[in-house]
Design a protein around this ligand. Structure first.
Ligand code: HEM
Length: 417
């Protein structure tokens, strides 16, 4: 018996639906359920994605992490949607997220210090002040586009400050960043037009970051670029191009993911108003609510890794070198692991979701993201009474890897004086 008899039962057609960006917004959880039910461990016959194994069950993801036979490296850049050559690929190749274990470990260690739970906790007053400023600007109005006026400016301001980029430059940076992200999305095949736009944006982005590097070399500050420039004095093999690629990685990874999570999290809360009422009555549960919102609708829906050896698995053999694609959105709503997975439950324990990925590539910014989301959701719930959706039609951005909303119109009861 299929969980959704109105959807196709053939895994290839279900997966097509998942990759169909114009349709995949609200439909994703049902498509995930269907795929998990008919083909939980399945080799997708899609050549441009390298014929990946598709994993949708929580227990399978957990077992594969434990096997420690997975790696993420530059082979990912050869896949369609990311393939081709040019400036974009050159920068991606230098990012530690796409390097083999040794180089990955070395580069990641250089920036890790700035992202430990302890260093991130120190940012709380600053993040709370940014949140208060954004809400203060709109509270009397009683309505806003949550994405443009809150969920986007918060993380982008935070990551710009950490990197040492002036916040006034955000519109320019954002133009390059979104062309960069579109160039990399695996759901779409690469077209010459997308490749050209991605390369032009990359060249401009790198030029901008190089100017920041030069400025910090002359006058160091307390930001991450200054720290990398300082490291370079002791380790000349670290080039300016490496610093630029690391900066772009942190910027790319550090803003739109959090924007999307906040916006989709608020959407989930407003669609399950009981949970909003509960949270308003339990402000101490904001951290637990953050975990549940992360589980419920992750902003990175899929990640791909490679098998480093043959792995006998569920009666099949995943061969050394095969790509394995983890569908985090499906894994996080596996009913065998999370009872009533489509319901928000802020008292869910354990809440061992995979929204920050796994293993050596586990999200470097997880503590930062958690803090930003908790400050954002806590303040929205406390400060905007009568919070509700202003439009029923929800518009998603046409991306699967960085999955999010294009806009979210919300309303609340403005203060009467
Ligand atoms: C809600 C927000 C976020 C989500 C859902 C998220 C999710 C993820 C996921 C799924 C991965 C890939 C893990 C894997 O391959 O197993 C990742 C990697 C990464 N994330 Fe995040 N992330 C978020 C916010 C951030 C923030 C704020 C930063 C700060 C700079 C950040 C920096 C990174 C970096 C640098 C990597 C690459 C790590 C590596 O390959 O070693 N992320 N993130």
């Amino acid at each position: 018996m299929l969980p959704h008899p109105d959807l196709p039962g053939d895994p290839a057609r279900i997966f097509e639906g998942i990759l169909a960006l114009d349709r995949s917004g609200d439909a994703l959880p049902r498509l995930f359920d269907q795929l998990r039910a008919v083909a939980p461990v399945w080799r997708a016959p899609i050549e441009r994605l390298g014929r990946p194994w598709i994993i949708t069950r929580h227990a399978d993801a957990a077992a594969l992490v434990r096997s420690s036979a997975l790696v993420k490296d530059e082979r990912l850049l050869g896949l369609a949607g990311v393939g081709g050559g040019g400036a974009f690929i050159d920068v991606m190749r230098r990012m530690f997220a796409f390097q083999g274990p040794e180089k990955h470990h070395r580069m990641r260690a250089l920036v890790q210090r700035g992202f430990t739970p302890r260093s991130i906790a120190r940012l709380r007053p600053e993040i709370e002040a940014i949140v208060a400023g954004l809400l203060g600007a709109v509270a009397a109005r009683g309505a806003m586009d949550l994405v443009a006026e809150f969920a986007f400016p918060l993380p982008v301001t935070v990551i710009c400050r950490m990197l040492g980029a002036p916040v006034e430059d955000v519109p320019r940076i954002e133009g390059w960043a979104s062309a960069f992200a579109r160039r990399a999305d695996p759901a779409e095949a690469l077209t010459p037009e997308r490749e050209r736009i991605g390369d032009e944006a990359t060249i401009a982005f790198v030029g901008y970051v190089q100017a920041l590097i030069d400025a910090r070399r002359r006058a160091p500050g307390a930001d991450l670029i200054s720290r990398l420039v300082e490291v370079q004095r002791e380790a000349p093999e670290l080039t300016d191009d490496d610093i630029a690629a690391t900066t772009i990685l942190l910027f790319q990874a550090g803003h739109e993911t959090t924007t999307n999570l906040i916006a989709k999290g608020v959407l989930a809360l407003l669609r399950q108003p009981d949970s909003l009422v509960w949270l308003r009555a339990h402000p101490d549960a904001t951290e637990a609510a953050t975990e549940e919102l992360l589980r419920f609708d992750p902003s990175v829906q899929i990640s791909t890794k490679y098998a480093t050896r043959d792995i006998p698995f569920e009666g099949e053999t995943i061969r050394e070198g095969d790509p394995i694609t983890f569908v985090w959105g499906a894994i996080n709503r596996d009913p065998a692991h999370f009872p009533e997975p489509h319901r928000l439950d802020f008292e869910r324990t354990p809440n061992d979701h995979f929204s920050f990925g796994m293993g050596a590539n586990y999200c470097l910014g997880a503590s930062l993201a958690r803090l930003e989301i908790a400050c954002a959701i806590g303040a929205l719930v406390a400060r905007l009474p009568g919070l509700r959706l202003a439009a029923q039609t929800i518009e998603y951005k046409p991306q699967l890897h960085l999955h999010g909303l294009a806009r979210l119109q919300i309303e609340w009861d403005p203060p009467s004086h």
